[in-house]
Ligand binder design. Sequence first.
Ligand code: 6MZ
Length: 347
Amino acid sequence: MDNEADVFYRELPKVELHAHLNGSVSCHTIEKLISRKPHLNIEHGMTAIGKGQRRTLEECFQVFKVIHQLVDSEEDILMVATDVIREFAADGVKYLELRSTPREEKNTGLTKKRYVETVIKAIKQCKSEGVDIEVRFLVAIDRRNGTEVAMETVKLAEEFMLSTDGLVVGLDLSGDPTVGHGKDLLPALQRAKNCGLKLSLHLSEVPSQLEESDLLLNLPPDRIGHGTFLHPEVGGSQSLVDKVVMNNIPLELCLTSNVKGQTVPCYSKHHFKYWYQKGHPSIICTDDKGVFSTDLSQEYQLAASTFGLSREDVWKLSLQAIDCIFAPDTVKQQLKLKWAAIKPQVF
Ligand code: 6MZ
């Protein structure tokens, strides 16, 4: 049974801006996928990192490979995306930006185009069912796949941005941060920016990326994923911080993901503290709620208990996240009205 504090966080209206589709697959959905593909011999322990467990970032990336084996057809993607959207809604998320890397799968005939169409179909299906959540999609570039694929992905995103009534709003750059270099992806990212796609880039998720972060910050991106090693206290630099602050670029911060993936030693040392104390736009996110066995309510609760935030502070955090969404001002205004209507019930 939930205690009173848990209820507060669950009922708190929330905005989720950093959620990778295949990292967000719940245990329940994994079970359904496993029963569809018993021949793969995949077990639960291979798709999620439980309470108290940690992995290296490299091991986390192995987990995504296992999940990708389970999710390889249009049918799978439709189920995964509708389940993930419904689960976020059940957790009190009122606005969600999902991101995912379009994949082609020869075995099932899946193409990258069908991949994106299927995610869009799931978003529309949830909307028509009356699920209480606004959803937008960011097409993701996996940095591992290099310059050409990055450019193809931007073209695909551009096409969908123009044809989906505003459901595709931007581009994500993600994937194993130890592979490839951002400079090779600059032309693709620049093109995306020029055609009106918003950019959310994973930056400085690992320590060795200072030069790359400096380069990519010149675009500048519209939001930063993680930004774990940007500030001087962890080996970053003041000039990187200055660029982030000067351009007022919000950070998407994922506490459990960073602690379980061992890029941050413990919750109290999470860089949320540095940016929040600066008064810089800091958005609490889940990253991969399935893989890291968490949800957004838990992440808010963790931030509050670790950094001594009051309920008023937590409310402000969730409200301020609205200003960082990629959907237009009309959506921001609707969300703010929603927050105002819910506030008396939560406090
Ligand atoms: C970087 C990550 C990530 O795209 O198949 N992804 N990239 N850092 C992280 N921190 C843990 N977590 C997830 O979802 C899975 C993909 O998202 C990216 C990786 O490219 C991963 O393969 P999709 O829906």
